[in-house]
Design a protein around this ligand. Structure first.
Ligand SMILES: C[S@@+](CC[C@H](N)C(=O)[O-])C[C@H]1O[C@@H](n2cnc3c(N)ncnc32)[C@H](O)[C@@H]1O
Ligand code: SF4
Ligand code: SF4
Length: 350
C-alpha cells in the first residue's frame, strides 16, 4: 500500500489540535456548533459518491463523513437518518463529530441558548426505532436545495498533493457510477429541486469511460457551467500542486472549448477558470497575469479559491486581505466576472 503523504500525516496532528482548540474556544464563549451542510443550506459539500454512499463533506477521504447509502435508503432517510442526526446533536453539544469538521467551511457557530430539540416533520422517516431526542443549532434542518456534488468516478490521473483521493478510492465499493444509477441520481437532483449540481468530487469526471453518455443526462439538468481547475500560470507553478498536471495542455483545452462553444454561437456552458490559491501562485503580478490569460482564452470568469490544504501552501496574502481588490467576494473566494453572466439553475462539471 502506498505510504500516506507527509502533509497528510502532519495534517492529522494539526486537526487533532484544532479540534481541542475549537471545542474549548466555543465552550468558553458560550457557543455551540452547527453544520450548514446538514442544515440543507450549503452550495457545495453534501456529496453522492460513485458507489452511492452519501458524505456530508466533499473532503471525506476516509469515509468518516458517510451519513448513509442510497443503495439501502432514500435520500431523505439518509439526510435525517441516525448518523446525520448524531452529527447535528454532537455539534449542538459543542463537539466536532469528525476530524473533517475542523477545516470545513460549513462548520458554523451559534449561541448555546439557540440549541433546540429537533422535531421531525410528520412525513419524515422514523426508522422504526425510538431514539434519544436529536438536537440542532442554527437553521432548522431541511433537505438540500442550493447545491450538491455528484461523483461519477473516483479515478484520476493528476495526483494533487492536497487531495487524498486514493484513500477515498480504497473505500469505494465501485470506482465508477453506472449509467442506471446516474439516471436515478438525475431524478434525485430533479426531485430535490437543486439549484446547482457539481458533477465532481474525488476523481476526474472526464476520465469516466461513459462521459459521452453521461453528459446528455446532465444536459437534461441543463448542464451549464464547466470549471477548469488550473492552479497557476506556468508549468512549474501548476506542478507544485497538480503534480501530474500539464499547464499548457489544460490552458489549450480550456481555450479550445471556448472557441468550440463560440463558433456555435452559444453562450452556454459558462466556462470558468478555477484557480486554487497557494502562497506560491498568489502574488499580485501572478494574479494579474492569470486574469490576462483568462481574458485571452475568452472564458467567462476566473475565480480564486483559497484553501488550507496543504497547510504549508496557505495563501496568507488572501487571508490578510491583500487580494481584496480582485473582483468580488463570494463563497468561492474572489471572482472576476469577465462577462455579465445571467444567474440560472445549473449543473457544473470540473
Ligand atoms: C477533488 S477535485 C475533482 C474534480 C477534478 N479532478 C479537479 O481537480 O478539478 C474537486 C474540486 O476540488 C478542488 N480542489 C483540489 N484540491 C483542493 C484543495 N486543496 N482545497 C480545496 N479544493 C481543492 C478542485 O479544484 C476541484 O474543483
Ligand atoms: S465535516 Fe462537519 S461541518 Fe463539514 S459538512 Fe461534515 S459535519 Fe458538517
Ligand atoms: S485532479 Fe482533482 S481528483 Fe485528481 S488529484 Fe487533483 S484534486 Fe484530486
Amino acid at each position: 500500500m502506498k505510504r500516506r503523504r507527509f502533509n497528510w500525516v502532519v495534517s492529522d496532528y494539526v486537526r487533532k489540535a484544532l479540534k481541542v482548540y475549537l471545542e474549548w474556544s466555543a465552550r468558553l464563549k458560550g457557543e455551540r456548533f452547527y453544520c450548514n451542510a446538514l442544515a440543507g443550506e450549503s452550495d457545495y459539500n453534501i456529496t453522492v459518491n460513485c458507489d452511492l454512499t452519501v458524505s456530508c463533506a466533499c473532503q471525506d477521504y476516509d469515509g468518516s463523513g458517510h451519513i448513509g447509502d442510497l443503495n439501502k435508503s432514500t435520500f431523505k432517510e439518509v439526510f435525517f437518518g441516525p448518523t446525520a442526526q448524531r452529527f447535528r446533536t454532537e455539534l449542538a453539544m459543542g463537539k466536532l463529530p469528525i476530524m473533517t469538521c475542523t477545516r470545513c467551511g460549513d462548520l458554523k457557530r451559534a449561541k448555546k441558548s439557540q440549541v433546540k430539540v429537533f422535531t421531525p416533520a410528520s412525513d419524515a422517516p422514523q426508522n422504526g426505532t425510538k431514539t434519544e431526542p436529536s438536537l440542532f443549532a442554527g437553521p432548522t434542518p431541511r433537505l438540500p436545495y442550493r447545491g450538491m456534488l455528484l461523483e461519477n468516478t473516483v479515478r484520476c490521473n493528476i495526483d494533487c498533493i492536497g487531495c487524498d483521493r486514493q484513500s477515498a478510492a480504497r473505500i469505494r465499493t465501485t470506482k465508477q457510477m453506472d449509467l442506471d444509477k446516474l439516471s436515478q441520481m438525475a431524478d434525485l437532483v430533479h426531485d430535490l429541486g437543486l439549484e446547482q449540481l457539481f458533477y465532481l468530487n474525488l476523481g476526474e469526471p472526464f476520465l469516466s469511460p461513459n462521459i459521452g453518455q453521461e453528459l446528455p443526462l446532465l444536459a437534461a439538468l441543463s448542464a451549464s457551467h464547466i470549471f477548469f481547475s488550473i492552479a497557476g500560470t506556468s508549468e512549474e507553478m501548476l506542478k507544485k500542486y497538480e503534480k501530474l498536471g500539464h499547464y499548457e495542455k489544460a490552458y489549450t483545452c480550456m481555450k479550445a472549448l471556448v472557441d468550440y462553444r463560440n463558433a456555435r454561437g452559444l453562450s452556454q456552458p459558462i466556462l470558468e477558470w478555477k484557480y486554487l490559491l497557494f502562497n506560491w501562485n498568489d502574488r499580485p503580478e501572478m494574479i494579474s497575469r492569470a486574469i490576462e490569460l483568462a481574458k485571452a482564452a475568452g472564458v467567462d470568469a476566473i475565480s480564486f479559491w483559497p484553501t488550507n490544504n496543504p497547510f504549508f501552501g496557505i495563501s496568507y496574502r488572501y487571508r490578510l486581505g491583500m487580494l481584496n481588490n480582485i473582483g468580488i467576494k463570494n463563497w468561492k473566494g474572489r471572482e472576476v466576472d469577465l462577462r455579465q453572466v445571467a444567474k440560472a439553475p445549473q449543473a457544473v462539471v470540473a
